[in-house]
Each structure stands twice: as C-alpha cells, then as structure tokens.
Design a binder for this molecule. Structure first.
Ligand code: UTP
Length: 475
C-alpha cells in the first residue's frame, strides 16, 4: 500500500470513530513530525477507545455493585488460637526462607503525578524523614539495603514511573549514586498511557503532532511489569513474588515474612494488607467477597447502610480497608499477560492542557476533560486465590497525599516519630511525652539501625537517654 493509500485508510478509520481532528494539522507537519504522530496513532485501538468513550467518557457509568457480597475473611493481625499461632509461625519461617533465597523483590509504583501534594518532581524525591529530611526514595533504598544485609541476599528493586517522570527519576537515582544500592539491582521502567478526552468524547491533542495522554493508573503496573521486561528480569533472577507498595507510604515494611509466608503458604496469586477503618466512611476501599472472589469496593460505592452495618460485638461488618500493599506472584503477572486481561477503567474529570481546533493552547481554570485510569486492586478478583492480612495503621501506613491536613507530609512525619517512640519504648527506652501523650522529642530510626521493633531491642545499648525536646537520630 502506498503512503497515500495508508493515510486515506487511516482517515476513514478516524472518521468512522469521530476522531478526524487528530490529523487536522497534517499539512503543517514536516515528515519527522508526521512520523511521530503516526507512531502514536498506531499504538491506539480505535474500536476499543470508542467503547471506552461510550462507557466512561460520555457518561459516568454508575458502578455496578456485585449481586451478592459479604465482608472478605482475613487473617487477623494476631493469631486467634493455638492452631492459627502455629500457622503464623510456619508462615513466618517460610517468608524468611523465601526472602533469604532471593525469591522476593521490592516493587514501588511511582508513576503518579502527586498533584495533591503539590511537589515539583517525582513524589519519591519528597524529603520526609523527621530529623535528617531523607527523601522517600532514600528511606526505601536504605530499607532494601538493610534487608539485603539481614537476609544475606540480593533484594532487587523495581520502580514504575510514568513517561512524565521517568527521566527525572533516573536522574535522581543517578545523582544520588543509587543511594548505595547496586545499579544493576534497581530496575526503573515506565508505565503505559491512555489518551485524554474532551468532555464530548474527542481525543485531545497536546500539540499539533502530539496526542494528549496521561499515565494509565497504578493498575497499569501489571501490564507494564510485563511489557518493560521487568518480569523477564525477575524470572531470570528466580524471583517468585513482588512486594508492592505506593511511593507515598514512608512506613512501608517491604519485606514482611509473615505476609509473604501466608501468601505462599496458601498458594495465593495476589494478596493484600488491610486495616480496620477509623469509621464507616473512612476513604479506603472495602475488602469484600463477591462470587467467592476478593473484591475491593470503593468507599464511595458501598451503600451507607452496609458501611454502617455492625457485628454483634460493635465492630464494623465491613471492617477492613485497603491500603495498597500487596504481594503479587510473578506467575500471576505472567498468566494475566499471556492470556489477556482487562481491568475496569475509572474516569476522572480534570483540567487538561491541550490545543483547540485552531491550534491555540487552552489552559482551562475549570476541569475540561477526562482522564482514564485502572486500579491495581481491580486485579484481585482475577487471582485464583487471594488472602488478606490485617495490619496496624501506626506500624505500616502513613500516606503523604496532601500538602496539609489529613494524610499529609506533616501527618506522615509525625507518624514516623510516633512509631519510633513506640519501638523504643517496647525496647525499654524511656521516651518523654507531652500531656496529650505525643512524644516530646523528634526521633528518627534509620532502616539501617532497625527494620522492626525487634531489631531495636537488639540494639538497646546503642540508644542514648532522651530528654524532652531532643532530636534523636539512630542511624
Ligand atoms: P495516587 O492515587 O495517590 O495518585 O497514587 P498520585 O498521582 O500519586 O497523586 P495525586 O492524585 O495526583 O495527588 C497512588 C500510587 O499509585 C502511583 C502513585 O505514584 C502512588 O504511588 N501511581 C498512580 C502510578 O504509579 N501511576 C499512575 O498512573 C497513578
């Protein structure tokens, strides 16, 4: 087919789907820019995009609650009886063994735009630690380094970025000498993107030769692990499980033997940590069981009467909320990608910078377009088996989402201090506290000093006495 014929064919396809404007500036483009535009167009499946346009762009399809669902069963944070205690012990041993054998990798999703935090650059570069102001990336790197020493093994780290922050992330790692990690054990890759739409369903142009796109959500990680070669790299190294977390959680316990062990013990494909919600309407997804499958129903989709339903002991019936901490089997990632899978899309109405049909730039003050994303927890029902382990908020979950207020850098920093204080006290160290019970000092425990409260106890003799108002760094 000649180039002219190919172009004609493409015009017919675009016309059929109401997207002819994508080629509106064709005559103004030089051959290189035409090639660039065609390369982007060739990535798109217009029939699929048209279905999404109908379903998610032109209307906000109401979420369909599963016909029947109940709260999902979970492993309580502490074992309930002797039998379960034995299982937890065995699981912990299995987890320790799997980590020591180098079968577990770290995997952080860091492709988000961090709009709410309002920080310039990748969120992982946000300085957060209470005394030394270490960045999130540095804290994770030190945790991984400490786990390597503890388990005498390599713990490779996979980092998903987006096309928007990939190069910046590479530069940050390079400028920081990979935070002391071996560069070959850090695999930084990019997630996919999806086109942005106008409110009336037209694909937006970012420039006369560029389609406006945005990262395809953390759900895109399951495809990106495969497409980027990260999964093949894992298989080459003999990695069987990835420990997944979000870049804004400074309290993450990346290598948790109990969680990894329970997942492996039960033959699960994708598992989750959850925590008891602070109240019926806390903004966390709810762990449910629908058709025998673990499913997360978002807080906004759970009917009020179910959110408020209580057990006879007064606890919430839908007690457990999702905190985006998962163990994912590498074989699950492979199975999904080899056999094809789709995750539902979620629409977000956003301010999107684009050009209009005259090529003029539009910077709207009001939301003017639709971005589509998939969420990783929507893969849970695709897993043959999925377990949930309850955890404690103050130990593992301090999301820095907002600039101020709830779930902000400030609350995360305070939670880091609070956890350190509790760890020290459990090792018998006296921590000065204010009248309201909060620590009257600032404490930072580096991952190199202790990864767990048990590690703190082992270093009791290295901890100085703490006076009110002190700033203490244990490194
Ligand atoms: P959030 O939903 O908190 O989004 O992402 P965000 O982009 O970081 O922040 P806002 O909403 O713009 O303020 C949760 C986690 O998922 C990652 C983020 O980096 C964060 O770790 N994520 C999100 C991706 O990796 N890719 C995406 O496309 C979206």
């Amino acid at each position: 087919m000649t180039d002219q014929n190919k172009l004609q064919k493409l015009k017919t396809v675009l016309k059929k789907y109401g997207q002819s404007h994508i080629l509106a500036f064709w005559d103004r483009l030089d051959p290189a820019r035409r090639g660039w535009l065609l390369a982007q167009i060739n990535q798109l499946d217009f029939a699929q995009l048209d279905r999404w346009r109908e379903e998610f762009v032109l209307k906000a399809s109401p979420f369909k609650l599963p016909g029947k669902f109940v709260p999902a069963p979970f492993y309580a944070q502490q074992p309930g009886d002797a039998g379960q205690r034995e299982k937890y012990d065995q699981a912990r041993q299995l987890g320790d063994k799997l980590i020591s054998q180098g079968k577990v990798a770290a995997f952080v999703v860091a492709g988000g735009q961090g709009t709410r935090l309002g920080f310039d650059g990748p969120k992982g570069n946000f300085p957060i630690s209470p005394v030394k102001n270490k960045t999130l990336f540095q804290i994770f790197a030190e945790g991984i380094s400490a786990a390597r020493e503890k388990y005498h093994t390599s713990c490779p780290w996979y980092i998903m970025t987006s096309p928007l922050n990939y190069q910046q992330t590479l530069d940050i790692f390079s400028a920081n000498n990979y935070y002391g990690l071996d560069k070959k054990d850090v695999f930084i890759f990019q997630q996919g993107t999806l086109p942005n739409f106008s409110l009336d369903g037209k694909i937006l142009l970012a420039d006369i030769d560029t389609i406006a796109t945005s990262p395809d959500g953390h759900g895109g990680s399951l495809r990106a692990l495969y497409n980027s070669g990260a999964m093949a790299d894992m298989q080459k190294r003999g990695i069987e499980f990835v420990s997944y977390w979000q870049v804004d959680n400074s309290l993450i316990n990346i290598f948790d033997p109990l969680f990894i062990g329970l997942h492996a013990f039960d033959g699960a494909e994708m598992s989750s940590k959850g925590l008891s919600k602070t109240g019926p309407f806390e903004k966390l997804g709810n762990f449910c069981l629908a058709d025998g499958k673990v499913t997360v129903i978002e807080y906004s989709d759970l009917p009020d009467e179910l959110a408020e339903k209580r057990n006879p002991d007064g606890s919430l019936a839908f007690e457990l909320g999702s905190i985006a901490i998962h163990i994912i089997s590498v074989s699950f990632i492979e199975r999904l990608n080899k056999h094809g899978f789709v995750l539902p899309l979620h629409r977000a109405v956003k301010k999107i910078s684009h050009i209009d049909d005259k090529g003029q730039r539009i910077e709207s003050k009001e939301p003017n377009g639709i971005k589509l994303e998939s969420f990783v927890f929507d893969a849970l029902p695709l897993a043959g088996k999925s377990i949930i382990l309850q955890t404690v908020r103050s130990e593992e979950f301090a999301p820095a989402k907002n600039a101020t207020g709830v779930d902000s850098a400030q609350t995360a920093r305070q939670m880091m201090v609070d956890r350190s204080a509790v760890w020290l006290e459990s090792a018998g160290v006296k921590v000065p506290r204010k009248a309201d019970g909060s620590p009257d000092c600032v404490i930072e425990i580096s991952p190199g000093f202790a990864l767990t409260r048990e590690d703190v106890a082992k270093k009791r003799d290295k901890i100085p006495a703490i006076k009110p108002g002190d700033k203490v760094y244990l490194g």
